[in-house]
Design a protein around this ligand. Structure first.
Ligand SMILES: Cc1cc2nc3c(=O)[nH]c(=O)nc-3n(C[C@H](O)[C@H](O)[C@H](O)COP(=O)(O)OP(=O)(O)OC[C@H]3O[C@@H](n4cnc5c(N)ncnc54)[C@H](O)[C@@H]3O)c2cc1C
Length: 505
């Protein structure tokens, strides 16, 4: 276990909480609401809106009489390329039905009609126009307020305790200490560590680095899903549904170069090829009009976001890039969010329940957040009665250091994009990993402040991604190795990453 910051808890403002939940996306909000409804007083710590808010498509659930959880599981397994965990997948598809009812009970008004998305064999995606995530986020947030759940705006810095959770440090302009025996990480993914990403800045993957420093294992961190169409130089995503309705992809010559309805990774790589060969790629939404679709009516969020950026999608093709979108790997958890560290749980995108395998089926991640958030709350509720009180009185870590990291977050993002992106190869992965290792070598001399802590922890997550991308000498799901373009039976298993001791010395 390694702390980054220099601190003495006896000199910090202190408070106590039964349970701290870190993150206010669908995973964290669900856990908080269910715990509160069970009579527990959780404290919600967050640095602001995450991916949930920006979700456009919807949430998958097999409710229709002609559909079934079994079919939903089959579709998910097909996408997951042999790596979906059967027990958690069954939970996901079975319990989705109850959890969708919870979302409705908490105030989400889904559209009456469902849609179909890539990889699903049935129209089982529940949506609220093209702003499902925002609708869910707002309803859950309202419920949090109604229930009087305490919310702190701040950033998790350290998890305290040698062999179990005994507290946390967070930063909200100054460092503060919370004594607690339970921490639920609901901190989202890490796709923002790539130069091009659809993720907002508050979701950075640093909490995965904090978990690594606690000795936790990350599973499958090499599986990063890239979305084909994010508006160039922004993190604004244009949903696949637009291509489903007839939007076309054009290269610099104005020509089509790929079947727009192929799977996400195939389309993303085709676009990437055009770009690295010096071209540009555009998404042309004008054909929607010929099909009698009013863009503004059918895709109001996308339309208004594009207008705000100065584009008129009814008249001009939009420049786009593929971008890192979803982090499939995460902290190894059991089916109730339990990690291997006592008192520490993880839910949502930061956790790896194994339901997605090597590729996430569209609209399964909001579902994962609400299903496993609910289960985690129940497990925490039961465990509270047996948890021992924290034994350590004061937590200290002495660190000096006046140095600056030899790189910035932007440097890291560029490195990830160039050497560990859509097309991976042994030499470039090794080169990228070596560069990152060199950067990290001086970490003990870095000034122990919160900015450097964040960069350090994101870099640990990046290290996990590199290491497992190198280890997986095959192409499977979203992990594409140009030098090993096929699946290989010996790799039909999860990759695991724990912090290597030499890094910390
Ligand atoms: C543009 C976009 C569209 C998407 N569309 C869909 C879709 O249609 N359907 C679907 O199923 N999925 C979709 N996804 C994926 C889905 O949104 C996410 O997987 C899901 O919302 C993750 O929820 P979460 O609760 O795990 O984390 P998030 O919603 O990402 O929330 C993470 C929270 O953790 C907080 N946090 C992080 N680190 C710290 C820290 N150190 N200290 C304090 N707080 C911290 C953040 O502030 C935030 O509150 C989409 C994602 C994006 C980006």
């Amino acid at each position: 276990m390694v702390y980054f910051l220099d601190f003495d808890s006896s000199k910090l403002p202190e408070e106590e909480a039964e349970v701290v939940i870190c993150g206010s996306g669908i995973g964290g909000l669900t856990t908080a609401i269910v715990l509160k409804e069970l009579g527990v007083d959780p404290l919600l710590l967050t640095r602001g809106v995450g991916n949930t808010y920006y979700s456009q498509g919807g949430i998958a659930c097999a409710l229709h009489p002609h559909d079934s959880p079994y079919l939903h599981a089959l579709d998910t397994q097909r996408a997951g390329r042999g790596l979906c965990k059967e027990d958690t997948l069954r939970i996901l598809v079975d319990e989705g039905i109850q959890r969708l009812a919870d979302l409705r009970r908490w105030g989400v008004s889904f559209d009456p009609e469902t849609t179909i998305e890539g990889g699903h064999s049935f129209p089982r995606v529940y949506k609220v126009k093209d702003y499902t995530g925002r609708a869910i986020y707002e309803a859950l947030w309202k419920r949090v307020r109604e229930l009087g759940i305490e919310v702190l705006m701040g950033e998790l810095q350290e998890i305290l305790g040698e062999d179990r959770v005994e507290g946390i440090l967070y930063y909200d302009g100054s460092l503060k200490f919370i004594r607690t025996s339970v921490l639920v990480l609901a901190t989202g993914g890490a796709a923002s560590m790539f130069l091009h990403t659809s993720n907002p800045v508050r979701v950075r993957g640093d909490a995965l680095g904090i978990a690594l420093r606690k000795g936790l294992t990350l599973l499958n961190p090499e599986f990063v899903q890239f979305h084909p169409t994010v508006v160039k130089n922004t993190s604004i995503l244009i949903s696949e549904a637009v291509r489903g309705e007839g939007a076309l992809l054009l290269n610099s010559k104005g020509e089509r170069f790929v079947d727009e309805l192929q799977p996400r990774d195939v389309v993303a790589r085709a676009i990437y090829r055009q770009i690295i060969e010096g071209g540009e790629v555009f998404l042309d939404l004008r054909p929607l009009k010929n099909k009698g679709i009013d863009l503004k009516e059918r895709f109001p969020t996308i339309y208004h976001m594009l207008r705000d950026l100065g584009y008129n999608p009814k008249e001009q093709p939009i420049p786009i890039t593929p971008a890192a979108h979803y982090y499939i790997g995460g902290v190894e958890v059991k089916s109730y969010g339990e990690t291997t560290f006592e008192g520490l749980y993880a839910v949502g995108e930061c956790a790896c329940t194994g339901v997605h395998g090597a590729n996430r089926l569209a609209s399964n991640s909001l579902l994962e957040g609400v299903v496993f958030g609910h289960r985690t709350a129940y497990k925490v509720f039961h465990q509270l009665s047996t948890l021992k009180k924290a034994k350590t009185k004061i937590f200290r870590n002495k660190r000096e250091g006046k140095g600056k990291p030899p790189y910035t977050f932007e440097d890291l993002r560029r490195l990830m994009w160039e050497t560990c992106g859509l097309e991976r190869r042994e030499e470039s992965l090794e080169e990228g990993l070596q560069r990152l290792t060199n950067w990290l070598q001086s970490w003990k001399n870095w000034e122990p402040n919160v900015e450097n802590r964040q960069l350090f922890d994101i870099s640990l997550t990046a290290m996990a991604t590199f290491s497992c991308a190198l280890w997986r000498k095959e192409s499977r799901g979203v992990h594409y190795r140009k030098d090993y373009p096929y699946e290989r039976e010996e790799y039909r298993r999860d990759s695991e990453y724990r912090l290597e001791a030499h890094l910390m010395l």
